[in-house]
Design a protein around this ligand. Structure first.
Ligand code: GAR
Length: 230
C-alpha cells in the first residue's frame, strides 16, 4: 500500500483534514499555525470533539473552522459512535483524519473507512508506554529519554506504523507536568511536519514500516536539531 503518487509535490492540492480532539487542542493550534505560516499546505475542513467542553473547539471557531461536538455518551456502542464520526468526516469531504488528543479508541468501523488515512500522536517513543499517562509511565520506569510519536492508526493501542518521532530527555528532578510540557513542544513541531510529508506524497507504507521519500530533511527532525519545518 502506498499513500504516495507520481504527482509532483509542488502541484499537489492542500490536504483536506478532519481533526478529532477531546481537550486543549494545542496540537490542533500548531497545525493551524503551520498552515498560516505556509509551512503546511492543508485545509482543516472540520474539528470534531467528543467532549462539549473541549477548549480546542474555540481555537477552531476563532479561525472560522467548522467545530462540532459528537458526544460518545449519546451512542450505544463504540461502533455506533464511530459511524457518526465517519458520516461527519465524509460530509466535510475529509481526506486525512488527525487525532490530536482524541481520547477514544477507534473501532474497526473508523479504521476501515479511513484505512491508512488516520494519524495519531502519542506522548512517548512507541512502542514504549502506550495508553494513558505516558509521561508518568516514563517517570515511574526511570527512563532517561522519552518523546513523542506520530503514527498511522491501526486496530491496536498506540502501535501503528511510525511516521516521525522526537526524543526528549527525562531530567532527574522532573515531574509529570514538566516532562509533558517538554514533550508537547516537540509534538507541536513534528505533527505538522508529518502531515506535510503526507501532503507532499512522501510517505509510503510497506507492511508495518513507513518509508519517507527524499529523506534528507528527516535526519535533523529525528535528532531534534532542526526546530522548524524545512
Ligand atoms: C498530547 O500530549 C497527545 O500526545 C496526547 O494528548 C495530548 C493532547 O494535547 N495523546 C495521547 O495521549 C493519545 N494516546 P492537546 O489537546 O493540547 O493537543
Amino acid at each position: 500500500m502506498t499513500t504516495a503518487s507520481t504527482t509532483p509535490s509542488t502541484a499537489r492540492p492542500p490536504v483536506k483534514l478532519g481533526v478529532l480532539i477531546s481537550g486543549e487542542g494545542t496540537n490542533l493550534q500548531a497545525i493551524i499555525d503551520a498552515i498560516d505560516r505556509d509551512d503546511l499546505k492543508a485545509d482543516v475542513r472540520v474539528v470534531i470533539s467528543n467532549k462539549r467542553t473541549a477548549p480546542g473547539l474555540e481555537r477552531a471557531r476563532r479561525r472560522g473552522i467548522a467545530a462540532i461536538v459528537i458526544e460518545h455518551r449519546a451512542f450505544p456502542s463504540r461502533e455506533a459512535f464511530d459511524s457518526a464520526l465517519v458520516a461527519s468526516l465524509r460530509h466535510h469531504d475529509v481526506e486525512l483524519v488527525i487525532c490530536a488528543g482524541f481520547m477514544r479508541l477507534l473501532s474497526p468501523v473508523m479504521i476501515a473507512a479511513f484505512r491508512d488515512r488516520i494519524m495519531n500522536i502519542h506522548p512517548a517513543l512507541c512502542p514504549a508506554f502506550p495508553g494513558l499517562d505516558a509521561q508518568q509511565q516514563a517517570l515511574d520506569y526511570g527512563a532517561r529519554f522519552s518523546g513523542c510519536t506520530v503514527f498511522f492508526v491501526t486496530e491496536g493501542v498506540d502501535d501503528g506504523p511510525v511516521i516521525v518521532q522526537a526524543v526528549v530527555p527525562v531530567h532527574q528532578d522532573d515531574n509529570e507536568a514538566a516532562l509533558a510540557a517538554r514533550i508537547h513542544a516537540e509534538e507541536h513541531r513534528i505533527y505538522p511536519f508529518a502531515i506535510r510529508l503526507y501532503q507532499e506524497g512522501r510517505l509510503e507504507l510497506r507492511g508495518r514500516k513507513v518509508y519517507i521519500r527524499d529523506a534528507s530533511p528527516i535526519g535533523p527532525i529525528a535528532n531534534n536539531v532542526n526546530p522548524r519545518l524545512p
